[in-house]
Design a protein around this ligand. Structure first.
Ligand code: AMP
Ligand code: GLY
Length: 424
Protein backbone atom coordinates (compact mmCIF):
# COMPACT_ATOMS: atom_id res chain seq x y z
CA UNK A 1 0.00 0.00 0.00
CA UNK A 2 1.08 3.56 -0.66
CA UNK A 3 0.19 6.10 2.00
CA UNK A 4 0.34 9.87 1.95
CA UNK A 5 0.66 11.81 5.22
CA UNK A 6 -0.03 15.54 5.11
CA UNK A 7 1.98 17.61 7.59
CA UNK A 8 5.55 17.97 8.74
CA UNK A 9 6.02 18.18 12.51
CA UNK A 10 6.75 15.93 15.45
CA UNK A 11 3.18 14.68 15.46
CA UNK A 12 3.45 13.58 11.83
CA UNK A 13 6.78 11.88 12.56
CA UNK A 14 5.09 9.89 15.35
CA UNK A 15 2.17 8.98 13.07
CA UNK A 16 4.53 7.88 10.28
CA UNK A 17 6.69 5.75 12.59
CA UNK A 18 3.60 4.03 13.96
CA UNK A 19 2.09 3.47 10.51
CA UNK A 20 5.38 2.00 9.31
CA UNK A 21 4.95 -0.95 11.71
CA UNK A 22 2.31 -2.25 9.29
CA UNK A 23 4.11 -4.49 6.84
CA UNK A 24 1.53 -4.08 4.08
CA UNK A 25 2.69 -0.49 3.63
CA UNK A 26 5.29 -0.25 0.89
CA UNK A 27 5.67 3.50 0.66
CA UNK A 28 4.89 6.52 2.82
CA UNK A 29 5.00 10.00 1.32
CA UNK A 30 5.14 12.97 3.68
CA UNK A 31 3.93 16.36 2.38
CA UNK A 32 6.06 18.24 3.26
CA UNK A 33 7.61 16.10 6.03
CA UNK A 34 10.91 17.42 7.40
CA UNK A 35 14.61 16.58 7.60
CA UNK A 36 14.03 13.98 10.30
CA UNK A 37 10.92 12.43 8.77
CA UNK A 38 13.05 11.89 5.66
CA UNK A 39 14.59 8.87 7.42
CA UNK A 40 11.17 7.18 7.60
CA UNK A 41 9.24 8.47 4.60
CA UNK A 42 9.77 10.07 1.21
CA UNK A 43 9.35 13.81 1.74
CA UNK A 44 7.66 15.79 -1.02
CA UNK A 45 8.18 19.53 -1.13
CA UNK A 46 4.51 20.53 -0.98
CA UNK A 47 3.07 22.68 1.79
CA UNK A 48 0.33 21.12 3.92
CA UNK A 49 -1.93 24.08 3.08
CA UNK A 50 -1.34 23.92 -0.67
CA UNK A 51 -4.36 21.78 -1.43
CA UNK A 52 -4.02 22.19 -5.21
CA UNK A 53 -0.47 20.86 -5.18
CA UNK A 54 -1.43 17.99 -2.85
CA UNK A 55 -4.16 17.08 -5.29
CA UNK A 56 -1.77 17.35 -8.24
CA UNK A 57 0.80 15.14 -6.49
CA UNK A 58 -1.81 12.47 -5.73
CA UNK A 59 -3.08 12.59 -9.31
CA UNK A 60 0.42 12.34 -10.76
CA UNK A 61 1.26 9.32 -8.56
CA UNK A 62 -2.07 7.68 -9.33
CA UNK A 63 -1.44 4.89 -6.82
CA UNK A 64 -2.05 6.46 -3.40
CA UNK A 65 -4.22 4.01 -1.44
CA UNK A 66 -4.81 6.03 1.72
CA UNK A 67 -4.14 9.52 3.07
CA UNK A 68 -3.80 10.86 6.59
CA UNK A 69 -4.41 14.60 6.93
CA UNK A 70 -2.88 15.60 10.25
CA UNK A 71 -2.80 19.44 10.72
CA UNK A 72 -5.77 21.69 11.44
CA UNK A 73 -5.38 24.09 8.49
CA UNK A 74 -5.68 21.60 5.61
CA UNK A 75 -8.54 19.86 7.45
CA UNK A 76 -10.42 23.17 7.78
CA UNK A 77 -9.64 23.95 4.14
CA UNK A 78 -11.30 20.73 2.99
CA UNK A 79 -8.25 18.64 2.07
CA UNK A 80 -10.15 15.47 2.98
CA UNK A 81 -13.11 16.53 0.82
CA UNK A 82 -10.77 17.06 -2.14
CA UNK A 83 -8.85 13.79 -1.76
CA UNK A 84 -11.98 11.73 -1.16
CA UNK A 85 -13.44 13.40 -4.23
CA UNK A 86 -10.54 11.84 -6.16
CA UNK A 87 -11.39 8.45 -4.69
CA UNK A 88 -8.61 8.40 -2.08
CA UNK A 89 -9.87 7.25 1.32
CA UNK A 90 -8.66 9.53 4.11
CA UNK A 91 -8.21 9.71 7.84
CA UNK A 92 -9.47 13.05 9.12
CA UNK A 93 -12.74 14.98 9.21
CA UNK A 94 -14.18 16.77 6.20
CA UNK A 95 -14.37 20.57 6.30
CA UNK A 96 -17.92 20.50 7.63
CA UNK A 97 -16.81 18.56 10.70
CA UNK A 98 -13.40 20.25 11.08
CA UNK A 99 -15.30 23.42 12.00
CA UNK A 100 -15.46 22.03 15.54
CA UNK A 101 -11.88 23.33 15.87
CA UNK A 102 -11.85 25.98 13.15
CA UNK A 103 -14.59 28.07 14.78
CA UNK A 104 -14.71 28.57 18.52
CA UNK A 105 -18.08 30.29 18.15
CA UNK A 106 -19.39 27.14 16.45
CA UNK A 107 -18.00 24.81 19.12
CA UNK A 108 -19.24 26.92 22.04
CA UNK A 109 -22.72 27.21 20.50
CA UNK A 110 -22.72 23.45 19.86
CA UNK A 111 -21.91 22.74 23.51
CA UNK A 112 -24.57 25.16 24.72
CA UNK A 113 -27.22 23.70 22.41
CA UNK A 114 -26.53 20.11 23.45
CA UNK A 115 -25.80 20.69 27.14
CA UNK A 116 -22.13 19.68 26.99
CA UNK A 117 -20.24 21.11 30.00
CA UNK A 118 -17.98 24.04 29.14
CA UNK A 119 -17.10 27.51 30.45
CA UNK A 120 -19.93 30.07 30.26
CA UNK A 121 -19.43 32.54 27.45
CA UNK A 122 -20.68 35.30 25.19
CA UNK A 123 -19.79 35.79 21.53
CA UNK A 124 -19.23 39.14 19.82
CA UNK A 125 -18.78 40.39 16.28
CA UNK A 126 -18.91 44.03 17.37
CA UNK A 127 -15.93 45.44 19.26
CA UNK A 128 -17.84 48.14 21.12
CA UNK A 129 -20.31 45.60 22.47
CA UNK A 130 -17.44 43.36 23.59
CA UNK A 131 -15.75 46.30 25.36
CA UNK A 132 -19.02 47.29 27.02
CA UNK A 133 -19.58 43.72 28.21
CA UNK A 134 -16.11 43.72 29.80
CA UNK A 135 -17.07 46.64 32.07
CA UNK A 136 -18.92 44.18 34.31
CA UNK A 137 -17.54 40.77 33.35
CA UNK A 138 -15.95 38.65 36.09
CA UNK A 139 -12.13 38.91 36.13
CA UNK A 140 -9.92 37.01 35.27
CA UNK A 141 -11.59 36.38 31.95
CA UNK A 142 -10.61 34.55 28.80
CA UNK A 143 -10.69 36.10 25.32
CA UNK A 144 -10.60 33.79 22.31
CA UNK A 145 -10.37 34.58 18.61
CA UNK A 146 -13.00 32.58 16.72
CA UNK A 147 -10.75 31.08 14.06
CA UNK A 148 -7.46 29.22 13.85
CA UNK A 149 -4.58 31.32 15.19
CA UNK A 150 -1.60 28.95 15.47
CA UNK A 151 -2.51 28.25 19.09
CA UNK A 152 -2.04 31.93 19.98
CA UNK A 153 -5.64 33.09 19.82
CA UNK A 154 -6.38 32.63 23.53
CA UNK A 155 -5.61 35.38 26.02
CA UNK A 156 -6.19 34.98 29.74
CA UNK A 157 -6.72 38.49 31.09
CA UNK A 158 -6.00 39.12 34.76
CA UNK A 159 -7.36 42.66 34.68
CA UNK A 160 -10.14 44.55 32.90
CA UNK A 161 -7.55 46.61 31.01
CA UNK A 162 -5.75 43.51 29.81
CA UNK A 163 -9.06 42.08 28.65
CA UNK A 164 -9.91 45.23 26.70
CA UNK A 165 -6.45 45.32 25.15
CA UNK A 166 -6.91 41.69 24.05
CA UNK A 167 -10.24 42.52 22.41
CA UNK A 168 -8.67 45.47 20.58
CA UNK A 169 -5.72 43.36 19.50
CA UNK A 170 -8.05 40.80 17.93
CA UNK A 171 -10.88 42.97 16.59
CA UNK A 172 -9.19 46.30 15.77
CA UNK A 173 -5.54 45.47 15.10
CA UNK A 174 -6.53 42.13 13.53
CA UNK A 175 -3.53 40.42 15.12
CA UNK A 176 -4.94 37.08 13.97
CA UNK A 177 -6.44 38.33 10.72
CA UNK A 178 -9.98 37.26 9.95
CA UNK A 179 -9.82 34.79 12.87
CA UNK A 180 -10.58 37.77 15.12
CA UNK A 181 -13.68 38.97 13.25
CA UNK A 182 -15.67 37.20 15.94
CA UNK A 183 -14.51 36.52 19.48
CA UNK A 184 -15.59 34.49 22.46
CA UNK A 185 -15.32 35.95 25.96
CA UNK A 186 -15.57 33.19 28.51
CA UNK A 187 -15.50 32.31 32.16
CA UNK A 188 -12.06 31.59 33.62
CA UNK A 189 -12.01 28.02 34.93
CA UNK A 190 -9.48 26.41 37.21
CA UNK A 191 -8.37 22.83 37.64
CA UNK A 192 -5.95 20.36 36.13
CA UNK A 193 -6.00 19.92 32.36
CA UNK A 194 -6.24 16.61 30.58
CA UNK A 195 -5.91 15.90 26.87
CA UNK A 196 -7.96 13.02 25.53
CA UNK A 197 -7.50 12.11 21.88
CA UNK A 198 -10.12 9.75 20.51
CA UNK A 199 -10.80 7.71 17.42
CA UNK A 200 -14.33 8.20 16.17
CA UNK A 201 -16.16 7.16 13.04
CA UNK A 202 -19.29 9.10 13.96
CA UNK A 203 -20.99 6.02 15.38
CA UNK A 204 -18.48 4.78 17.95
CA UNK A 205 -15.96 6.75 19.96
CA UNK A 206 -12.86 5.13 21.43
CA UNK A 207 -10.77 7.37 23.69
CA UNK A 208 -7.03 6.84 23.49
CA UNK A 209 -4.83 6.82 26.57
CA UNK A 210 -5.06 10.20 28.35
CA UNK A 211 -2.16 12.65 28.37
CA UNK A 212 -0.94 15.91 29.84
CA UNK A 213 0.61 18.72 27.86
CA UNK A 214 2.98 21.37 29.28
CA UNK A 215 2.17 24.50 27.31
CA UNK A 216 4.28 27.14 29.01
CA UNK A 217 7.85 27.75 27.91
CA UNK A 218 9.51 27.71 31.33
CA UNK A 219 9.71 25.38 34.32
CA UNK A 220 6.92 25.65 36.88
CA UNK A 221 4.43 26.58 34.11
CA UNK A 222 5.92 30.05 33.79
CA UNK A 223 6.63 32.09 30.67
CA UNK A 224 4.87 32.32 27.34
CA UNK A 225 2.45 29.82 25.88
CA UNK A 226 4.04 27.51 23.32
CA UNK A 227 2.84 24.73 21.06
CA UNK A 228 3.73 22.36 23.93
CA UNK A 229 7.06 21.69 25.63
CA UNK A 230 6.43 18.11 26.66
CA UNK A 231 3.81 15.51 27.52
CA UNK A 232 3.21 12.49 29.68
CA UNK A 233 0.73 9.64 29.36
CA UNK A 234 -1.36 8.47 31.04
CA UNK A 235 -2.55 11.57 32.92
CA UNK A 236 -3.07 10.67 36.60
CA UNK A 237 -5.92 13.19 36.96
CA UNK A 238 -7.90 11.16 34.48
CA UNK A 239 -9.21 8.51 36.85
CA UNK A 240 -11.70 5.80 35.90
CA UNK A 241 -14.52 7.85 37.42
CA UNK A 242 -13.55 10.94 35.47
CA UNK A 243 -13.26 8.85 32.29
CA UNK A 244 -16.77 7.49 32.76
CA UNK A 245 -18.20 10.94 33.41
CA UNK A 246 -16.45 12.29 30.30
CA UNK A 247 -17.84 9.47 28.17
CA UNK A 248 -21.40 10.11 29.37
CA UNK A 249 -21.46 13.90 29.50
CA UNK A 250 -18.92 14.93 26.84
CA UNK A 251 -17.65 12.30 24.36
CA UNK A 252 -20.88 10.57 23.32
CA UNK A 253 -22.95 13.78 23.41
CA UNK A 254 -20.39 15.49 21.16
CA UNK A 255 -20.45 12.89 18.39
CA UNK A 256 -24.23 12.73 18.60
CA UNK A 257 -24.44 16.53 18.43
CA UNK A 258 -22.22 16.58 15.34
CA UNK A 259 -24.40 13.91 13.70
CA UNK A 260 -27.55 15.92 14.46
CA UNK A 261 -25.96 19.00 12.92
CA UNK A 262 -25.24 17.02 9.74
CA UNK A 263 -21.51 17.23 10.44
CA UNK A 264 -20.56 13.62 11.22
CA UNK A 265 -17.02 13.62 12.56
CA UNK A 266 -14.65 10.89 11.37
CA UNK A 267 -11.03 11.00 12.48
CA UNK A 268 -9.23 11.94 15.65
CA UNK A 269 -11.31 14.18 17.88
CA UNK A 270 -9.22 15.80 20.61
CA UNK A 271 -10.86 16.89 23.84
CA UNK A 272 -8.97 19.52 25.82
CA UNK A 273 -10.56 19.10 29.25
CA UNK A 274 -10.34 20.86 32.56
CA UNK A 275 -11.26 18.87 35.66
CA UNK A 276 -13.05 21.57 37.64
CA UNK A 277 -14.63 21.22 41.07
CA UNK A 278 -17.94 20.93 39.21
CA UNK A 279 -16.71 18.08 37.05
CA UNK A 280 -14.89 17.84 33.72
CA UNK A 281 -15.51 20.65 31.22
CA UNK A 282 -14.41 21.15 27.62
CA UNK A 283 -11.79 23.87 27.18
CA UNK A 284 -11.37 23.18 23.48
CA UNK A 285 -11.96 20.67 20.74
CA UNK A 286 -9.32 19.94 18.13
CA UNK A 287 -10.20 18.13 14.94
CA UNK A 288 -6.88 16.30 14.83
CA UNK A 289 -4.14 14.58 16.80
CA UNK A 290 -2.51 16.89 19.36
CA UNK A 291 1.12 17.88 19.23
CA UNK A 292 3.05 16.82 21.36
CA UNK A 293 0.35 14.52 22.82
CA UNK A 294 0.62 12.18 19.82
CA UNK A 295 4.30 11.66 20.63
CA UNK A 296 3.35 9.94 23.92
CA UNK A 297 0.02 8.40 22.93
CA UNK A 298 0.98 6.51 19.76
CA UNK A 299 4.10 4.86 21.23
CA UNK A 300 1.74 3.26 23.78
CA UNK A 301 -0.69 1.99 21.12
CA UNK A 302 -0.33 -1.77 20.75
CA UNK A 303 -2.88 -2.23 17.96
CA UNK A 304 -2.10 -1.49 14.33
CA UNK A 305 -2.67 2.19 13.55
CA UNK A 306 -3.49 1.78 9.86
CA UNK A 307 -6.11 -0.88 10.66
CA UNK A 308 -7.79 1.49 13.12
CA UNK A 309 -7.62 4.44 10.73
CA UNK A 310 -9.16 2.46 7.89
CA UNK A 311 -11.91 1.23 10.25
CA UNK A 312 -12.65 4.87 11.11
CA UNK A 313 -12.88 5.80 7.43
CA UNK A 314 -15.17 2.87 6.69
CA UNK A 315 -17.20 3.33 9.90
CA UNK A 316 -16.24 -0.10 11.27
CA UNK A 317 -14.61 1.14 14.47
CA UNK A 318 -16.99 -0.80 16.75
CA UNK A 319 -15.56 -4.10 15.55
CA UNK A 320 -11.90 -3.02 15.64
CA UNK A 321 -9.48 -3.58 18.49
CA UNK A 322 -7.85 -0.47 19.95
CA UNK A 323 -5.46 -1.61 22.66
CA UNK A 324 -3.02 0.48 24.67
CA UNK A 325 -0.08 -0.76 26.70
CA UNK A 326 -0.27 -0.30 30.48
CA UNK A 327 3.15 1.35 30.44
CA UNK A 328 3.79 5.10 30.65
CA UNK A 329 5.43 7.54 28.27
CA UNK A 330 7.16 10.90 28.59
CA UNK A 331 8.10 13.27 25.75
CA UNK A 332 10.52 16.11 26.39
CA UNK A 333 10.58 18.73 23.64
CA UNK A 334 13.94 20.27 22.80
CA UNK A 335 13.49 23.78 21.39
CA UNK A 336 15.70 26.49 19.93
CA UNK A 337 16.74 28.93 22.68
CA UNK A 338 14.39 31.94 22.67
CA UNK A 339 11.34 30.03 21.41
CA UNK A 340 8.44 30.96 21.30
CA UNK A 341 9.77 34.51 20.71
CA UNK A 342 12.76 34.95 18.40
CA UNK A 343 15.28 32.17 17.93
CA UNK A 344 18.06 31.17 15.54
CA UNK A 345 17.88 28.47 12.88
CA UNK A 346 20.40 26.40 10.93
CA UNK A 347 22.23 24.81 13.89
CA UNK A 348 23.61 21.32 13.34
CA UNK A 349 21.78 18.70 15.42
CA UNK A 350 23.69 15.84 17.06
CA UNK A 351 21.72 12.82 18.26
CA UNK A 352 23.62 10.25 20.35
CA UNK A 353 22.66 6.63 20.86
CA UNK A 354 19.32 6.39 22.60
CA UNK A 355 18.76 3.93 25.44
CA UNK A 356 15.60 2.12 26.53
CA UNK A 357 12.38 2.24 24.51
CA UNK A 358 13.03 5.67 23.06
CA UNK A 359 12.09 7.52 19.90
CA UNK A 360 13.31 10.88 18.66
CA UNK A 361 10.51 12.61 16.78
CA UNK A 362 11.79 15.45 14.66
CA UNK A 363 9.61 18.57 14.45
CA UNK A 364 11.62 21.49 13.09
CA UNK A 365 14.70 20.38 11.17
CA UNK A 366 15.90 20.19 7.61
CA UNK A 367 18.56 18.23 5.83
CA UNK A 368 21.31 20.30 4.24
CA UNK A 369 23.70 18.16 2.23
CA UNK A 370 22.97 15.23 4.51
CA UNK A 371 23.41 17.26 7.71
CA UNK A 372 20.39 17.69 10.00
CA UNK A 373 19.97 21.34 11.00
CA UNK A 374 17.39 23.19 13.09
CA UNK A 375 14.67 25.00 11.15
CA UNK A 376 12.01 25.71 13.75
CA UNK A 377 11.24 26.67 17.33
CA UNK A 378 10.38 23.22 18.55
CA UNK A 379 13.14 21.10 17.05
CA UNK A 380 12.43 17.60 18.30
CA UNK A 381 10.86 15.52 21.04
CA UNK A 382 12.46 12.63 22.88
CA UNK A 383 9.86 10.05 23.95
CA UNK A 384 10.64 7.20 26.30
CA UNK A 385 8.28 4.39 27.27
CA UNK A 386 8.76 2.47 30.52
CA UNK A 387 6.73 0.41 33.01
CA UNK A 388 6.21 3.39 35.35
CA UNK A 389 5.82 7.12 34.81
CA UNK A 390 8.90 7.79 36.94
CA UNK A 391 11.04 5.49 34.81
CA UNK A 392 9.63 6.97 31.60
CA UNK A 393 10.52 10.49 32.77
CA UNK A 394 14.00 9.50 33.97
CA UNK A 395 14.75 7.63 30.74
CA UNK A 396 13.52 10.50 28.56
CA UNK A 397 15.75 12.96 30.44
CA UNK A 398 18.80 10.65 30.27
CA UNK A 399 18.31 10.53 26.50
CA UNK A 400 17.71 14.26 26.14
CA UNK A 401 21.25 14.75 27.49
CA UNK A 402 22.48 13.05 24.33
CA UNK A 403 20.86 15.63 22.06
CA UNK A 404 22.98 18.61 21.20
CA UNK A 405 22.70 21.75 19.13
CA UNK A 406 23.70 25.35 19.81
CA UNK A 407 21.29 27.03 22.25
CA UNK A 408 19.17 23.91 22.71
CA UNK A 409 16.58 24.44 25.45
CA UNK A 410 14.17 22.12 27.24
CA UNK A 411 12.05 22.20 30.37
CA UNK A 412 13.45 20.23 33.27
CA UNK A 413 10.10 19.46 34.92
CA UNK A 414 8.01 17.58 32.35
CA UNK A 415 5.84 15.11 34.27
CA UNK A 416 6.83 16.46 37.68
CA UNK A 417 3.30 17.39 38.68
CA UNK A 418 1.88 14.12 37.31
CA UNK A 419 4.34 12.20 39.49
CA UNK A 420 3.30 14.19 42.56
CA UNK A 421 -0.37 13.42 41.86
CA UNK A 422 0.37 9.76 41.28
CA UNK A 423 2.09 9.57 44.67
CA UNK A 424 -0.58 11.45 46.61
P1 AMP B 1 -6.42 26.73 23.73
O1 AMP B 1 -5.60 27.48 22.72
O2 AMP B 1 -7.88 26.78 23.50
O3 AMP B 1 -5.84 25.35 23.95
O4 AMP B 1 -6.17 27.46 25.13
C1 AMP B 1 -4.88 27.57 25.60
C2 AMP B 1 -4.87 27.38 27.08
O5 AMP B 1 -5.59 28.46 27.70
C3 AMP B 1 -5.58 26.13 27.60
O6 AMP B 1 -4.79 24.99 27.54
C4 AMP B 1 -5.88 26.54 29.01
O7 AMP B 1 -4.76 26.37 29.83
C5 AMP B 1 -6.17 28.00 28.89
N1 AMP B 1 -7.62 28.25 28.86
C6 AMP B 1 -8.42 28.26 27.78
N2 AMP B 1 -9.69 28.52 28.15
C7 AMP B 1 -9.69 28.67 29.49
C8 AMP B 1 -10.71 28.93 30.46
N3 AMP B 1 -11.97 29.13 30.12
N4 AMP B 1 -10.33 29.02 31.76
C9 AMP B 1 -9.04 28.85 32.11
N5 AMP B 1 -8.06 28.60 31.25
C10 AMP B 1 -8.37 28.50 29.94
N1 GLY C 1 -0.98 20.24 22.33
C1 GLY C 1 -2.11 21.00 22.03
C2 GLY C 1 -2.56 20.95 20.65
O1 GLY C 1 -2.14 20.13 19.86
O2 GLY C 1 -3.39 21.77 20.28
Amino acid sequence: MNIMVIGGGGREHAIIKKLAENKSITKIYALPGNGGIAADAECVDVKATDIDSIKAFAAEKGDIDYAVVAPDDPLAMGCVDVLEGMGIPCFGPDAKAAIIEASKVFSKDLMKKYGIPTAQYETFDDMDKALAYLENAPIPTVIKADGLALGKGVIIAQTRDEAKAAVRKMMEEKAFGASGNQIVIEEFLTGPEVSVLSFTDGKTIVPMISSQDHKRALDGDQGLNTGGMGTVAPNPYYTEDVAKECMDTIFLPTIEAMNKEGRTFKGCLYFGLMITENGPKVIEYNCRFGDPETQVVLPLLESDLLTIMQAVTEQRLAETEVKFSDESACCVVVASGGYPASYEKGKEIFIGEMEGKTDVFIAGAKLEEGVLKTSGGRVLGVTSVAPTLKEAIDTAYRNVEKIDFEKAYYRKDIGKRALEVERS
